[in-house]
Design a protein around this ligand. Structure first.
Ligand code: CU
Length: 267
């Protein structure tokens, strides 16, 4: 019995998630697992049974009985999948409505700019968090842009592409959202567990797509407030570079902090 409940509680390989929104995605995934695993086992079982039981044996050359149709079987294998698809559709519709719901009054609104090949995170006072344009440390997390946000608050991310299509993806959020040039997407995230979560571009966006990693640093609301109070307006924090660089709002708006990225990696 204990093993059975363990099996029913499985996430089918999905991360457990750290947001209030991820629950809907995970439950949808689990539901499709409950349907697809037994179906897969039944199909494989029937195939194996048919191969073994009705294999050709020497000296047995008679033709199998020929049937044209079998209404009850055909009705069953049409109706059952229709019911399964209808149930999954209903749950998916509900999950999408919850996951994509945006608040009119988020606690924090951050703009996420994606570009070849990096990210910059722009806060309401113009402060920018960015990585280094030096690609020598692909295997090192010190030079990655860091998206700082508070836990247990509604954080609204406005994702903007500065060139081609990218995708904002954090595995532990069980969520990704495309950055499409000309279309400004917005979504909310409420992270319940402070911590450091890796993220990456989830869309082949060019030769150095693999360099588009970032970190999400989720702090408690108090820690976040203290951190934010220390970021001067229109300043720039470059990961791996000590201190905060004071910038001008005009230079930041013109993208002076990321233009160095457009070159190919060094070394
Ligand atoms: Cu990308």
């Amino acid at each position: 019995m204990h093993q059975l409940t363990g099996l029913l509680a499985t996430n089918f390989g999905s991360p457990s998630g750290v947001t209030t929104q991820d629950h809907y995605t995970r439950e949808l995934w689990r539901l499709s697992g409950y349907f697809s695993v037994p179906i897969g086992l039944i199909v494989l079982g029937l195939i194996t049974f048919a191969i073994v039981r009705y294999r050709h044996r020497p000296g047995e050359d008679r033709k199998p009985a020929q049937f044209q149709y079998h209404i009850p079987i055909e009705a069953t294998y049409t109706i059952i999948p229709l019911v399964i698809v209808a149930v999954i559709f209903g749950v998916m519709y509900n999950a999408e409505n919850h996951v994509t719901k945006v608040s009119a009054k988020p606690s924090v609104a951050i703009t996420v700019d994606g570009f070849q090949w990096g990210w910059r995170f722009v806060y309401p006072n113009g402060h920018v968090q960015i990585g280094t344009g030096d690609y020598n440390n692909i295997n090192n997390n010190n030079d990655l842009p860091v998206l700082v946000m508070p836990s247990n608050e509604t954080v609204q991310l406005h994702v903007v592409s500065l060139d081609v299509v990218h995708t904002f993806y954090v595995k532990e959020f069980l969520f990704n959202r495309d950055l499409i040039p000309g279309i400004n997407n917005t979504f909310d995230v409420n992270v319940t567990k402070p911590g450091l979560y890796p993220g990456q571009c989830n869309n082949i966006c060019g030769e150095y797509h693999a360099y588009m990693r970032f970190l999400v640093d989720v702090m408690t609301p108090t820690q976040y407030a203290a951190w934010y109070a220390n970021q001067p307006a229109c300043s720039v924090t470059t990961a791996g570079v000590p201190g905060i660089q004071n910038g001008s709002c005009a230079a930041i708006n013109a993208g002076a902090d990321f233009t160095g990225y457009t070159q190919a990696p060094k070394g």
